[in-house]
Design a protein around this ligand. Structure first.
Ligand code: MF3
Ligand code: CO
Length: 261
């Protein structure tokens, strides 16, 4: 069943989403060539704990990080490690914070130093597709309308949409109904209603849509090892425009116009 949040619950969601947004901005301060992904994970965990939150991914079904780390061909659920980011890499940092029983979920893919122009285009298009999905999330529309808007936009740009992973409802649990695929037909799926909270998270590949799960059962990469991008916001369906509960504003203040996507 899909929860309709009360005004009080929505306030809780706003606060959790603010904290995850600030956490990713803290991470942004450290995203430079030479930094290890484990360092980024430590920064995120300490910031969340210092601000009264819980790192919701850490220990979730055994996941070993506060952040999911997505370097280059890693699509989702990468582990923090001793890998040092290098010029030309991209890294997605996907984070879920629990604060006072509510969850905020967001992801940003960062360029490391100068990146290939083709890779930058993949990042820009993926981020744009997130906002196109969000614009579509109006009360009375259906989940499939969001899915189709994202898929159409990304495929027109020449990219492919990962099928195995989806966005999701979010609230007192990190993953709630409904599933929010990034591909599919218009007019299908649950009807959107004011008070629903969903996380929209396009995962878009430069090459083919096929992915492989590593032996550890978590880390997911593109089969052709070409890059993949991922941006995510938690949003609230309202009577009018959707309210974007997470924000990239703090991240982009850190990055400045040169480095933001
Ligand atoms: N943002 C991811 C998601 O939407 C976070 C889940 S990672 C996990 O599903 F480790 F917690 F599973
Ligand atoms: Co999510």
């Amino acid at each position: 069943m899909i929860y309709i949040k009360t005004a009080e619950e929505i306030e809780g969601m706003r606060k959790a989403c603010e904290l995850v947004s600030l956490t990713l901005a803290e991470v942004a301060k450290w995203v430079t060539p030479g930094v290890t992904t484990r360092k980024l994970d430590n920064v995120a965990r300490e910031f969340i704990l210092d601000n009264g939150g819980k790192p919701a991914c850490l220990g979730y079904q055994g996941f070993p990080g506060t952040l999911c780390i997505e370097v280059n061909e890693t699509v989702v659920h990468g582990f923090p490690s001793g890998y040092a980011l290098k010029e030309g890499d991209i890294v997605g940092t996907d984070c879920v914070v629990e604060l006072n029983g509510f969850h905020g979920d967001s992801c940003y893919t960062f360029p490391i130093g100068e990146i290939d122009e083709k890779v930058r285009k993949l990042l820009v298009t993926t981020k744009e597709s997130l906002y196109i999905g969000i614009e579509t999330a109006l009360a009375g529309k259906r989940i499939g309308d969001i899915s189709n808007a994202i898929q159409t936009f990304c495929e027109k740009a020449g990219y492919s949409v990962v099928r195995e992973m989806c966005g999701h409802g979010i609230g007192k649990s990190m993953h709630e109904e409904p599933e929010v695929p990034n591909f599919g037909r218009r007019g299908i799926g649950p009807v959107l209603k004011p008070g629903m909270c969903i996380a929209i998270e396009p995962m878009i590949n430069m090459g083919s849509k096929n992915v492989v799960i590593e032996r550890n059962g978590w880390e997911c990469r593109t089969r052709d090892r070409r890059p993949s991008a991922h941006y995510e916001h938690t949003i609230l369906i309202t009577e009018s425009e959707p309210e974007i509960l997470t924000t990239f504003k703090y991240i982009e203040e850190v990055l400045g116009p040169e480095r933001m996507i």
